[in-house]
Write a protein that binds this ligand. Structure first.
Ligand code: ADP
Ligand code: MG
Length: 341
């Protein structure tokens, strides 16, 4: 017997390095008309390097002790920034102390007790406010609820009619910037700039680390191919700051940038696009991407460095880190669907 077109498309996708989990998943890939892409670990390699260590004057810390504290707090985390910070500390031969009471907050950062001090490493924008909270115990309990378990809850929740209505009521504004004509990408080889994270020790700012990631070489070509396939430029959805996002957008030809997004903002962005009638392909890698992956019409996870939750939630996994395999699989699906219909 001849293999059904969608199944043979799955086999071909496998040869392209994309593991598509089912015939339905294969079919949905070909239905998408909009791409939404995560930045860190998706368009970028997700293997950043620490390029700057700056203790604040008055913190009583030198570069090495600041880096060692940050690495101790980050050690249990699977986030790419955490791995980079731990790697940098090891590279300098620093001792990484054991950490207790570890809490990771997707889209924000981590907190842990290191040698009796509460160390937080996270987004500069709101670290100080969080660090100043008096009732640390309550806050850390809240955060634990918002953490990986919260991501799993959000990812597990299928989008029901009530949610759709609820969201429609709450977000009446139309989605901007989705219908401009396909722009010609103008790739530039500039590396993306650093992401700066703030370290607080016992709620007092102690210093910053800057981490620099590299664009994936295939990112401009993959973005251009997705633009050609959907007729709109992909949307960049990132928890990183606007400046870091803009550099990646410039290098890939993306014009629609949404930065400083919390995981729930990413899922809302996907849902808004879908409520406006789009069928969204979301590509991501992190725990923080899982809710958006679950909400998207079609979801692809970056496999090599991707978090387990992202891989579980996605419809397809890119197992060889080649981004151009994604538009290739969309094309495959479209061909297979024409044969089925
Ligand atoms: P993206 O959406 O681009 O993949 P994330 O949502 O994972 O990024 O992270 C957004 C921002 O939150 C990071 O740029 C960083 O400032 C902060 N952050 C997240 N996790 C960590 C961590 N483990 N350590 C330090 N900062 C973190
Ligand atoms: Mg990511």
């Amino acid at each position: 017997a001849t293999m059904p077109p969608l199944l043979s498309a799955i086999a071909t996708a496998g040869r392209h390095g994309v593991l598509v989990k089912s015939a339905v998943a294969m079919e949905r890939l070909g239905e998408i008309d909009t791409a939404a892409l995560d930045k860190t670990g998706t368009l970028t390699e997700g293997t950043p390097e620490v390029t700057d260590v700056t203790p604040l004057p008055g913190s009583g810390l030198d570069e090495d002790s600041l880096l060692a504290l940050a690495a101790a707090a980050e050690h249990p985390s699977e986030h790419p920034l955490a791995r980079a910070i731990v790697g940098a500390a090891r590279g300098r031969g620093l001792r990484i102390a054991p950490a207790g009471d570890f809490v990771a907050t997707p889209g924000w950062g981590v907190s842990a007790v290191v040698e009796g001090r509460e160390v937080r490493v996270g987004r500069v924008e709101d670290s100080v406010d969080r660090g100043r909270e008096v009732d640390g115990m309550r806050e850390s309990a809240d955060r634990r609820r918002e953490g990986v378990d919260g991501m799993r809850d959000l990812a597990d929740r299928r989008l029901g009619v009530d949610d759709m209505q609820d969201l429609a009521d709450r977000t009446p504004a139309p989605v901007d910037g989705m219908r401009h004509p396909a722009a010609t990408p103008t790739p530039t080889p500039t590396p993306p700039p650093g992401t700066t994270v703030l370290i607080t020790v016992d709620a007092t700012p102690a210093g910053t680390l800057t981490l620099t990631d590299r664009l994936r070489p295939a990112a401009p070509a993959a973005t251009a191919a997705l633009t050609a396939l959907t007729g709109t430029t992909p949307v960049l959805l990132t928890g990183d700051n606007a400046q870091a996002a803009a550099r990646v957008a410039d290098a890939t030809g993306i014009t629609d940038i949404r930065a400083d997004l919390l995981p729930e903002d990413k899922v809302n962005a996907v849902r808004e696009l879908q409520l406006s009638g789009r069928k969204v392909l979301f590509v991501g890698d992190g725990v923080n991407d899982a809710p958006a992956l679950a909400a998207a019409h079609s979801a692809v996870a970056m496999g090599r460095a991707g978090s387990d939750l992202a891989l579980e939630t996605a419809d397809a996994v890119v197992v060889r880190d080649d981004l151009t395999a994604i538009p290739a699989v969309v094309r495959l699906s479209r061909t297979a669907r024409r044969l089925v219909l």
